[in-house]
Design a protein around this ligand. Structure first.
Ligand SMILES: [Ca+2]
Ligand SMILES: [Ca+2]
Length: 220
C-alpha cells in the first residue's frame, strides 16, 4: 500500500494534486438546488407563455377578420350589417353587434372561443357597387355625409371595426357602454376604443379598425 503510494507520487506531482472522482455530496446538493430553482422558474413561465400565445392568436384572428371584410367589400361593393345573434346571420339595420360570420363565411370566434363583435358605418352598407362604395367613402371623408363610426373618441373615423372581448371574456368600455359585456345595437354607441390601446385592469379588448381613407384607397 505504502509502496504503491510512493510509486504514484511523481505522476501526481507532474499533474497537480489528486482529485477525487465524481461529485461530493455538497456539490450534488448544490446542483439539485439550482435545478429545482430552474424548474420552478420554468413552471412559473408556462402560464405567462400560454396567455401570450392566446393573446397573439386572437390578435391574428381579428387582423385576418379585418382582411376578410375588406375582401368582402371589394367583391360586393358594400359592407355587411352586423349580426343580432351569435349565429352570425347578418341582420338588416344592425350597425353594431356580433360579427356577421355566416355572411363572411369565417369562424368569427377568438382564441378564447368567444364571438367577435363588429360595427359598421351604415352609409357603407347599402351601396351596390365598388364605385358607389368609393363615392360614399369620399362623401364621409369630406363631410358631405356625416360619418357614423369612430374610434378613440371621435379622432378616428372608421368604415368598420372588429373587436375581440380579450382575456376577460367581456367587451369593455368604451366598446361596451352599458357594461353588459357585449356590443349591441341598443345600450352601446358608435364610439370605440383606439386600436392597440394598452391593456389595463379594466380593459383588455382587441380592436382593429379600417379607416374611411384606408378603404377608399383600397378601391381601384
Ligand atoms: Ca375585455
Ligand atoms: Ca353593451
Amino acid at each position: 500500500m505504502a509502496t504503491d503510494r510512493m510509486l504514484r507520487l511523481p505522476f501526481h506531482a507532474r499533474y497537480g494534486p489528486e482529485r477525487p472522482k465524481g461529485f461530493t455530496l455538497i456539490e450534488l446538493a448544490f446542483v439539485l438546488v439550482i435545478m429545482g430553482v430552474l424548474v420552478s422558474m420554468g413552471a412559473g413561465l408556462i402560464p405567462l407563455l400560454v396567455n401570450q400565445s392566446k393573446l397573439n392568436e386572437s390578435r391574428a384572428i381579428v387582423r385576418e377578420t379585418k382582411t376578410a371584410i375588406i375582401g368582402y367589400a371589394l367583391a360586393t361593393g358594400r359592407l355587411p350589417w352586423a349580426a343580432a345573434g351569435t349565429d352570425g346571420a347578418e341582420t338588416v339595420n344592425r350597425q353594431r353587434g356580433y360579427l356577421p360570420r355566416e355572411t363572411l363565411g369565417i369562424p368569427g370566434t377568438d382564441s378564447y372561443t368567444r364571438p367577435l363583435f363588429y360595427s359598421v358605418d351604415p352609409y357603407l352598407v347599402t351601396s351596390s357597387s365598388t364605385e358607389e362604395l368609393k363615392d360614399r367613402l369620399a362623401e364621409l371623408i369630406s363631410g358631405a355625409h356625416a360619418p357614423g363610426l369612430f374610434c378613440d373618441g371621435t379622432s378616428i373615423r372608421a368604415a368598420f371595426v372588429v373587436i375581440s372581448s380579450g382575456k376577460n371574456l367581456d367587451a369593455d368600455a368604451p366598446n361596451d357602454d352599458d357594461h353588459n359585456g357585449i356590443v349591441s345595437q341598443s345600450g352601446d354607441n358608435n364610439r370605440f376604443a383606439k386600436p392597440g390601446a394598452p391593456e389595463t385592469s379594466d380593459y383588455d379588448d382587441i380592436v382593429e379598425a379600417v379607416t374611411l381613407t384606408y378603404l377608399h384607397g383600397r378601391i381601384e
